[in-house]
Ligand binder design. Structure first.
Ligand code: ADP
Ligand code: MG
Length: 416
């Protein structure tokens, strides 16, 4: 079935045509009808399979139809996401799909000035996409009314219902009308979180696409055993051997993010970094540069693992193994999106073997290992510019010492 045959507003069909969305993806095919029917939905489908449009299309339709009749002011749908970047991206998808409708969308998040946000909210917003923090600030100051918010979406639902966010979600639900429709979307979910999700709704419809392998079939992923101290040489080689490729590198902490970037700088490789210690303006600029391809290599923490849809990421490199097994699926899911193919490599050191075991238990199979023989391994270290420059520095130092020695000798001779 094509989108043109759907019973959705012609304005939406027009924008889908512009976006070149002809046929629904599996998850869109399965999730759109029950959402249009007002059901609660828990939808699990692999990374990059179009989950955003799976909820945005029916929600825009529902709001657009309602608006044609009595036009009530007030937020009609609240979408919650874990990071600023994801909130901005989801709002962008709503805007694109709703561009010919009167549905107004806004992304609200912290780390930037409140006043313009308050003005924007006062204009009247239909779909508010937000991270929990700023939502609470503005609501407690009386700038946000959620009495009409009849649809709640939790994107990256398992993460939003996990320890760090659960209390926030419970609080948000208290502000919403009782008979609301609740939608959960994610690529991963475990039994506990599933139970938690069910406890928040009436009769959820559960939709799961390709449950066996959580990793998208578009992604070829493998493992390389590398000692911790040697990882930077392998990253250097990967970047230098693939100068045209867009590479997303994941590390475990903000500090390591900057350290790895500095190590690349030492060998004349320019990289960008993104993590939660960077101010919002820098984060947005970094995303813009990486999205446009002006900068080819981005080093990120798990902040960028969830949901981010960057076109043409050729390669994901897990410089550090993720310590949360699900995040393996989300990290490598930044490549191979839509119809694209992608590849991912994980550098695993001896100390990280327990993480690998947890990941393989989670995926249910052994990840292919890319065997690097000793010669190749040593070559990687040998060709590093860092090693070269250390050697060059050493040589220069020795020359300088020798020079000095010669000069002193000459001076002594003159004195004589
Ligand atoms: P997910 O949330 O499942 O990880 P996204 O919603 O971010 O995936 O979508 C992944 C990519 O697929 C996006 O770039 C989006 O534009 C594209 N896409 C979504 N639906 C369709 C469709 N029906 N036809 C073609 N491309 C699509
Ligand atoms: Mg998504």
């Amino acid at each position: 079935m094509k989108f043109q045959d759907y019973r959705i507003s012609p304005e939406i069909k027009k924008s889908l045509e512009k976006l070149e969305f002809k046929k629904p993806t599996d998850i869109q095919f399965k999730a759109i009808p029950p959402i249009l029917n007002g059901e609660d939905v828990l939808a699990i489908a692999q990374t990059g399979t179009g989950k955003t449009a799976a909820f945005a299309i029916p929600i825009i339709h529902l709001i657009n139809e309602r608006k044609k009749g009595t036009r009530k002011k007030g937020i009609k749908c609240l979408v919650m996401a874990p990071t600023h970047e994801l909130a901005i991206q989801i709002a962008g998808v709503f805007e694109q799909i709703g561009q010919h409708t009167r549905v107004k969308v806004y992304a609200l998040y912290g780390g930037t000035e409140q006043d313009p946000q308050i003005l924007k909210l006062a204009e009247g917003i239909d779909v508010l996409v937000t991270t929990p923090g700023r939502l609470f600030d503005l609501r407690s100051q009386g700038h946000l009314n959620l009495d009409e918010a009849n649809i709640l979406v939790l994107d990256e639902a398992d993460h939003m219902l996990d320890l760090g966010f659960y209390k926030d979600i419970e609080d948000v639900i208290r502000f919403l009308p009782r008979g609301r429709q609740t939608l959960f979307f994610s690529a991963t979910i475990n039994d506990n979180i599933k139970k938690l999700a069910y406890s928040l709704v009436r009769n959820p419809i559960r939709i799961q696409v390709s449950p066996k392998d959580p990793v998208s079939k578009n992604i070829t992923h493998s493992l390389i055993f590398v000692e911790m101290d040697d990882k930077r040489f392998f990253l250097e080689r990967a970047i230098k051997e693939n100068p045209e490729k867009k590479i997303l590198v994941f590390v475990r902490t903000k500090v390591r993010c900057e350290r790895v970037s500095a190590a690349m700088k030492r060998v004349d490789l320019d990289t960008l970094t993104i993590h939660s210690d960077k101010d919002q303006q820098k984060r947005s600029e970094v995303m813009r540069l990486f999205k446009s391809g002006e900068q080819k290599v981005l080093i990120a923490t798990d902040i960028s693992a969830r949901g981010i849809d960057i076109p043409n990421v050729d390669m994901v490199l897990n410089y550090d193994m993720p310590d949360v097994p699900e995040n393996y699926v989300h990290r490598i899911g930044r490549t191979g999106r839509g119809k694209e193919k992608g590849m991912a490599f994980s550098f695993c050191s001896k100390d990280e073997m327990p993480y690998l075991q947890a990941i393989e238990e989670y995926t249910g199979y052994q990840i292919d290992q890319l065997v690097i023989d000793d010669v190749n391994y040593d070559q990687t270290l040998a060709v590093s510019s860092e090693k070269e420059s250390i050697t060059m520095k050493q040589i220069r130092k020795e020359i300088a010492i020798a020079d000095n020695f010669q000069k002193k000798k000459r001076k002594k001779k003159k004195k004589k």
